[in-house]
Design a binder for this molecule. Structure first.
Ligand code: SAH
Length: 261
């Protein structure tokens, strides 16, 4: 379909919460946007307060359905300008942007996607944790437990747990007992687990435990949403091997090692 509209929509990943985690690109677009539609359930409102133009039209999509959001795109399509559609974290994970982009494709509305700092990156930073530690794990699985949105059976937590990689579980903190039960099938009960609530927000909470203690700790803190569960031996920072990247005896394309191998 020929693109006839003047408006351009930017689907923006606004980072995990701290407005300073916006990318420069996202910031530039938000500052000049004529229309801002933001996912108010998770996006930090301070981003809008701080950076939106005084006369920008602002909409909170938290109470809208897909059709209502798309109607806003239609409403503004004939006007010259920029629509910033702001989602939390990064756009590639659980952001529900694909259905909006498909709708824009059908309508011939132009758009671009600006990636952001996902909450799992902010949570790893809060934990001061590299997720891919030599000797412990070189794989990170990003997943969730089945809720209203069903997870395909082959991706069930108990199957993924079989790999014993580092696993980051989104959208599941309210089901912590079910999560632990499925993970127990494969991970040892003493495997380290961290829960990070509101990573990068001022009221961030970090809970550390093991698979057999984490559920009680989470319940004690009454954390029921906006948190990630991270499991894996890599969280046990003591046992990993040094990297090859900085190994003094290892040569790379940029550096010759001291001992030739
Ligand atoms: N696109 C987002 C994920 C949106 S789905 C991203 O890349 O982060 C919403 C889920 O993300 C929440 O249920 C929670 O599991 C996680 N989440 C979002 N922001 C978070 C934060 N600041 N701290 C911890 N978890 C967060």
């Amino acid at each position: 379909m020929r693109k006839e509209n003047l408006v351009k929509i930017y689907f923006i990943g606004a980072g995990a919460g701290d407005p300073d985690l916006l990318t420069v690109k996202a910031l530039k677009i938000i500052k000049k946007a004529d229309v801002i539609i933001y996912a108010g359930s998770l996006v930090n409102g301070k981003i809008i307060d701080k950076y939106a133009q005084a006369d920008a039209k602002i909409y909170n999509s938290a109470k809208m359905n897909l059709d209502q959001v798309c109607q806003l795109y239609l409403k503004h399509r004939k006007k010259e300008g920029i629509v910033a559609r702001i989602h939390t974290g990064d756009t590639s994970l659980y952001s529900a942007i694909q259905e909006q982009m498909r709708w824009c494709d059908m309508q011939g509305i132009e758009y671009a996607v600006i990636p952001g700092v996902s909450s799992f990156c902010a949570a790893s930073a809060a934990l001061k944790q590299e997720l891919t530690l030599p000797g412990l794990s070189q794989t990170v699985i990003i997943t969730r437990i089945s809720g209203k949105t069903k997870v395909p059976a082959r991706e069930d937590l108990k199957h993924l747990a079989n790999i014993k990689a580092v696993m980051i579980i989104f959208l599941s903190i309210g089901h912590i007992d079910r999560v632990v039960k499925k993970l127990m099938a494969e991970y040892k009960s003493k495997t380290p687990v961290a829960v990070v609530y509101k990573a990068s927000w001022p009221d961030e909470i970090i809970i550390k435990g093991t698979l057999d203690t984490i559920a009680d700790k989470v319940k004690k803190q009454k954390i029921g949403r906006q948190a990630l569960i991270i499991i894996g031996e890599a969280l046990n920072k003591k046992k990993f091997k040094l990297s090859k990247l900085y190994d003094k005896n290892f040569s790379t394309m940029f550096r010759r090692g001291e001992i030739k191998k």
